[in-house]
Design a protein around this ligand. Structure first.
Ligand code: ZN
Length: 449
């Protein structure tokens, strides 16, 4: 049985000092406070639990920064999407594995220990199914194994270009399924998964899935996570009103059994009534503030949503930047810029912005991808240690450590990361960083030549 000892640690009941964590079979077997370090155990400074990343498209890491040049005066999400379609058109399963592994290594180095992969690149470039239908799912599992990150695979159903069952566009041929083919794909995607992986369902959006298809999909994996993109763009909201007579989140709450299995990704454009209703549904809002800023999506009404008791988690989505701290910081800053105020997402019970956001995102993330959050007996040993000598952390205690890390660290403040009890990051660097980066470099050299 391995053991780790920390000078201070964030536990579910709060911060505690001199914490000893015993690990057995990748899970936490005991947590003792005011403990003396065992002579044979490792000693570290500051422990916090790993976070779950609820929304990732791993392959998009390979195009980070390539779409920052203005193409035309009305550049927006939709023109970005055309470029993204051109990029993904060239990827084979080996490329997907190489790029996704790079993204997952970076997730672990920045504090994410499980990822919900919203996986829609199912078909070969010509639109045909691969001979092994789960070829691209297997590439994602390979990336998860190589990096050691926990995986919640979310195969995406995508059938239409827009509301009203519009036929898919040529650029979407790598995503498209019918219901029968998709059910088979979900079954075969289970093959490469390991005991610690989870499998859910992701109806892409109300644009790409009809109401009838949606009801079939949510029955495919009873009890498993259901993730859907919703209300990321105002054009999508307008089309939803025109076609379905309701805004996307309004429609889902009225017509689908949205409960704690569900993660509504983005949910950017909400009325006050939708905000309150989503907050009381038990579902998680999957917020991706860095990507939403990058794509010019809009600002999520986080202040009202959190005040109404809403659950949320973070996702790195396009993987333009991968960093737990950056997502939480961007979320708070979006509210500050809109409201010209500070401390927007803290409250009287939890006055530390970083502390409140870290705990709330952790709980919501674990719910949305059916992972664990918290240094507690029975949980997967997914632990992050912070560097006590980092300039933003010196002489900080308790939640001030989280505030220092989230708001003040302009270089990585993470020292080690354990995932399932195995140390995968040491002195800020992933143990497989060099190998993964070499393969990634070769892959991009081929793709971008
Ligand atoms: Zn997405």
């Amino acid at each position: 049985m391995a053991q780790l000892w920390f000078e201070t640690a964030l536990l579910p009941q709060g911060w505690a000092d001199r914490v000893r964590v015993r690990i057995d079979g990748g899970r936490i077997a005991a947590v003792e406070t005011d403990a003396t370090p065992a002579p044979e155990g490792e000693r570290h400074a500051i422990a916090i639990p790993g976070q779950c990343n609820v929304h990732s498209h791993g392959f998009q890491r390979g195009m980070a920064g390539l779409t920052e040049q203005r193409g035309r005066p009305d550049d927006d999400f939709w023109s970005w999407r055309e470029l993204m379609y051109r990029f993904l058109d060239r990827l084979d399963p080996d490329d997907i594995a190489a790029i996704t592994a790079q993204a997952y290594v970076e997730m672990l180095e920045t504090g994410y220990t499980r990822v919900g992969e919203f996986h829609y690149l199912h078909n070969a470039p010509d639109g045909r199914r691969y001979d092994t239908p789960e070829a691209t799912a297997a590439a994602i599992v390979e990336a998860a194994r190589q990096s050691g990150i926990g995986l919640t695979l979310l195969p995406v159903f995508y059938a239409h270009a827009d509301f009203g069952g519009a036929p898919p566009a040529p650029g979407q041929r790598r995503f498209v399924s019918d219901l029968e083919g998709f059910a088979r794909l979900v079954d075969t995607s289970e093959k490469p998964l390991g005991e610690d992986d989870r499998l859910g369902i992701a109806p892409h959006s109300l644009r790409a899935v009809t109401p009838d298809e949606l009801s079939h999909l949510t029955a495919l994996r009873p009890g498993g996570p259901v993730h859907i993109h919703a209300a990321e763009q105002t054009r999508e909201v307008d089309a939803s009103v025109a076609q379905l007579g309701a805004r996307p989140v309004e429609w889902l709450l009225a017509n689908a059994d949205v409960d704690d299995r569900w993660c509504l990704v983005h949910s950017t454009h909400l009325t006050e009534a939708e905000t309150d209703a989503l907050a009381s549904s038990g579902a998680v809002a999957g917020l991706c503030p860095v990507t939403e800023a990058n794509l010019g999506d809009g600002i999520f009404p986080a202040r009202r949503y959190l005040a109404a008791g809403g659950r949320f988690a973070t996702g790195t989505d396009s993987n333009i930047q991968i960093d737990v701290a950056a997502e939480l910081r961007a979320l708070e800053y979006s509210q500050r810029l809109r409201d010209r105020a500070r401390g927007c997402l803290a409250n009287a019970d939890e006055p530390s912005v970083g502390g409140r956001l870290f705990r709330a995102a952790g709980a919501g993330g674990a719910q949305a991808v059916q992972g664990d959050f918290g240094i507690a007996v029975g949980h997967s040993a997914d632990i992050v240690s912070l560097d006590a000598d980092h300039p933003s952390l010196i002489e900080r205690r308790g939640d001030a450590l989280l505030d220092g890390w989230i708001f003040g660290s302009n270089r990585p403040a993470i020292d080690c990361v354990w995932r399932g009890g195995k140390r995968v990051v040491s002195s800020g660097a992933h143990v497989a960083r060099a190998d993964v980066a070499a393969r990634y470099r070769k892959t991009l050299a081929k793709l971008l030549a």
